[in-house]
Design a binder for this molecule. Structure first.
Ligand code: G1P
Length: 271
C-alpha cells in the first residue's frame, strides 16, 4: 500500500464567516458535539495513513497549539479520579499524530499558507486537508493517495456542484479518464458561473506533488487578491477524483449547525 506520510492543515484564516464567535476562538476549535472541528480532520488524515500533521496557523491562534499539547495537570486529575474515558479523549489529541505548527505571518491566501509548510514537507507528496470541511472518514484522502501513486501526479478532490454555486469553488476543465477520474486541462479559482468549464468544483482535500511548492513561489495574487493554491496546481497540472459521497461544510453558520446536529444524532443524542 502506498503511503503519504505528511498532511498539511491550513488553519490560519480569520474565520470571518463565523464572526463574532471566531473573534476570540479559532474557527478550527469550534466544537462539533464534544470535540473541536480540527480533531475530526486530524483523525481523517491519520485514518488515511498520515503520521505527521503540519498545521499552518497565524499569530493570535495560540489556543490551537495548546489543544495539541499534553496537559499533565489535567491528566493527573483525571487519572486520580479514574476517569479513564475522558483521560483517553484528552490524550488522543497528543497521541494520534505527530502534530507540528508553522506560522503564516500574513493572511496572503491559501496558496501562501501551504507554501509556509514547504520545509516541513520536503521532497515528497503530501496531503492538504481544509479543516472546515468534513468527509466522515479517511476514504476520500485514501482515494487521492492511491490516484497520486497511479498517475505520479497531483490529485484533487472535486464534487459535482449545482451551477448556481460553482463560482464559490476552484473549477476544473476536465478530460475524462475513467468513471471517477478526470485529467485537469485547466483549473480556475472561483470563475464566474458562465465561464466555468464544468460543474466540478474542488472540495477541501488534495494530494500534491512537491513541484507545487516551486509553482507557488511563482504564483502571483489571483482571485480575491490572494495567492491561490488553485493557480499553482493549475501550473503543474494533475488529476481530479470525483467524490460522490457526503461532504459537510462547517465553515459557515448554516453548515456548522447542520454538521453539529447530524454528528450529535449519529452519536445518539436526542436532537
Ligand atoms: C477554497 C479553495 C477553493 C475550493 C474551496 C473548497 O476556497 O480556494 O478552490 O474550491 O476552498 O471549499 P474558500 O472556500 O476558502 O474560499
Amino acid at each position: 500500500m502506498t503511503t503519504v506520510r505528511k498532511a498539511v492543515i491550513p488553519a490560519a484564516g480569520l474565520g470571518t464567516r463565523i464572526l463574532p464567535a471566531t473573534k476570540s476562538i479559532p474557527k478550527e476549535l469550534l466544537t462539533l458535539v464534544d470535540r473541536p472541528m480540527i480533531s475530526y480532520v486530524v483523525e481523517e488524515a491519520v485514518g488515511a495513513g498520515c503520521t505527521d500533521v503540519i498545521i499552518v496557523t497565524s499569530p493570535g491562534k495560540a489556543a490551537l497549539e495548546e489543544y495539541f499539547r499534553p496537559a499533565p495537570e489535567l491528566e493527573a486529575i483525571l487519572e486520580r479520579k479514574h476517569k479513564d474515558e475522558l483521560l483517553a479523549a484528552v490524550r488522543e489529541a497528543t497521541e494520534l499524530a505527530n502534530v507540528t505548527f508553522v506560522t503564516q505571518d500574513e493572511p496572503l491566501g491559501l496558496g501562501h499558507a501551504v507554501a509556509c509548510a514547504r520545509d516541513a514537507i520536503g521532497d515528497e507528496p503530501f496531503a492538504v486537508l481544509l479543516p472546515d470541511e468534513l468527509f466522515g472518514g479517511p476514504s476520500l484522502v485514501r482515494g487521492l493517495i492511491d490516484a497520486n501513486a497511479r498517475f505520479d501526479a497531483s490529485v484533487i478532490a472535486v464534487m459535482e456542484m449545482p451551477r448556481n454555486e460553482i463560482s464559490a469553488y476552484g473549477v476544473v476543465d476536465p478530460e475524462p479518464v475513467d468513471e471517477s477520474i478526470v485529467r485537469m486541462k485547466g483549473f480556475v479559482e472561483k470563475p464566474p458561473a458562465d465561464e466555468a468549464k464544468s460543474n466540478l468544483g474542488s472540495v477541501g482535500r488534495y494530494v500534491l506533488t512537491p513541484e507545487v511548492f516551486d509553482a507557488l513561489t511563482r504564483t502571483k495574487p489571483g482571485a480575491g487578491g490572494e495567492i491561490q493554491l488553485t493557480d499553482a496546481i493549475a501550473a503543474v497540472g494533475g488529476y481530479a477524483l470525483i467524490h460522490r459521497g457526503r461532504r459537510r461544510d462547517a465553515g459557515n453558520p448554516r453548515g456548522y449547525v447542520a454538521a453539529f446536529v447530524e454528528l450529535a444524532r449519529e452519536r445518539g443524542f436526542p436532537v
